[in-house]
Design a protein around this ligand. Sequence first.
Ligand code: ADP
Ligand code: MG
Length: 266
Amino acid sequence: MTARGLDYLEVQGLTVDFDGFKAVDGVDLTLLQGELHFLIGPNGAGKTTLVDAITGLVPGTGLVRYRHRDLLSMRSHRIVRLGVGRTFQTATVFEELTVAQNLDIAGGVHRRAWQLALARRSMPEYVERALETVGLTALRDRPAGVLAHGQKQWLEIGMLLVQDARVMLLDEPVAGMSAEERQETGELLRRIGSERTIVVIEHDMEFVRSFADKVTVMHAGKVLTVGSVAEIQADERVQEVYLGRTGDAVLADPEAVAAEAAGEVV
Ligand code: ADP
Ligand code: MG
């Protein structure tokens, strides 16, 4: 559990029950440090709810073990302090504050209130480092509201960095990004991922193919299968889940399918 030890987060029999409807239904998962772990599955599979339960936003039963603690018995702000952070499908930055100020505030989770001074000129070293890591140094003094969608997701990842999140759960971070931005995001996750436990929810199979070490496929609240990209792509049950739900060959090439649907020549 030291910086050099093998960190991991373990989920056992996790269930989230919304008035009798099990959005997450007995999920087992082991998430290892240094592995880029992708979580895929059709809309409504329970991916976001799984992350919500791990981070204390919805109540769950079962076990979510991290650093000898059961996260299910902890309040969400304590889970953040333990080093488990997440991003949302829609970025949740303070639009009126600058990029650097957003990072400064996020870093406050570990620091005293008096250390936070929005008006100060020079930012703490960890803010500057995070700006560099996520590639937003040039935009540090711009209001976060003017950032492009992709840049906001990078800022959110930066906010997890300044919070010293050792486990990062990223909910569709590359949705709506250009191919180039997706590539940059994947490279960013590789850079920061060796010392962290990172889970990425994503649909874009091109992105998954490029960066996933391990893929978990969810369907109807359950884990359908876990494996390498090649393994899950060859899995007929996975094909069926996607084909059955969407009528698209999502696993083949979602962009081509989308383009075709829009009447473009591919
Ligand atoms: P995914 O992220 O895989 O698309 P979600 O986790 O958002 O799926 O949703 C899983 C299922 O749980 C869906 O059927 C959704 O409608 C349902 N659900 C999510 N949140 C709630 C809630 N707060 N109350 C009731 N049902 C919910
Ligand atoms: Mg979702």
